[in-house]
Design a protein around this ligand. Structure first.
Ligand code: SF4
Length: 234
């Protein structure tokens, strides 16, 4: 079955997944360019397809503008999940508002509170979730399968329909379909996350070099996409 999924084009895979799982399937997007491409494909398949995002409270203004632009363009509902206020208050009270610069441990703590916990709530009750992960984004993503069993989230399926797309494939789709995208992409940001943890990349740098740029490439995941998820075998 995993080979069957691997051979499917993104639209074909998404159509099959929606037919099998809607409404217990949702796209998780931080509104990078891969996310909006999937929104566009999904809306052509099923206009009521579920979309959610995690608002960490530290997103750049360009991302909030894009969320509204996507809502207006497609007429879709976007569920927004926030971190637990008490957990943020305790963390910031103990370690400061910019604790992530202090160490990898503190950065992962912030991601756990602001991203991972809300994601867990967003995934509750779903049978499958969809992401915009691509293999050529980073060393941590080279083995991403199009369909994985996500044991970190109760064994639901994790679908990565753009896993084998190149950066050029993504932008070709955006231009062909006039998909709205984050204004930061035109300012040297190939990958966009929280404002204090993302910078523009320099020519020749890795696509995710601007994410947590003070850390080594091997540590650059926030806990949303741990490499422990296994390829589907059934
Ligand atoms: S990316 Fe930065 S600000 Fe956002 S949750 Fe992670 S450490 Fe916190």
């Amino acid at each position: 079955m995993s080979e069957k999924w691997e051979s499917m084009a993104a639209r074909e895979l998404l159509a099959a997944a929606i037919a099998a799982f809607h409404p217990r399937i949702a796209l998780s997007t931080a509104f990078g360019v891969e996310g909006v491409v999937i929104v566009d494909i999904l809306m052509r398949i099923e206009p009521r397809a579920r979309i959610f995002t995690v608002d960490t409270g530290r997103l750049p203004p360009e991302t909030y503008a894009l969320i509204d632009a996507v809502r207006a363009r497609y007429g879709c509902t976007i569920d927004v999940f926030f971190p637990m206020a008490q957990a943020v208050e305790a963390m910031v009270g103990n370690h400061g508002v910019n604790l992530f610069y202090a160490s990898v441990e503190r950065r992962k703590q912030c991601c756990a509170v602001r991203k991972v916990e809300p994601l867990g709530r967003a995934l509750a009750g779903l049978q499958a979730w969809i992401t915009g992960l691509r293999r050529d984004q980073a060393v941590t993503r080279r083995d991403v399968a199009k369909v994985q069993v996500d044991r970190d989230h109760g064994g639901i399926l994790k679908l990565n329909p753009l896993a084998d797309w190149s950066t050029e494939d993504v932008w070709r789709y955006v231009r062909a379909h006039d998909v709205p995208y984050n204004a930061l992409h035109d300012q040297g940001y190939p990958s966009i996350g929280c404002a204090p943890c993302t910078r523009a990349v320099r020519p020749g740098e890795d696509l995710r070099a601007g994410r947590w740029w003070w850390e080594a490439p091997e540590s650059k995941e926030c806990g949303l996409h741990l490499p422990t998820a296994r390829e589907a075998s059934s």
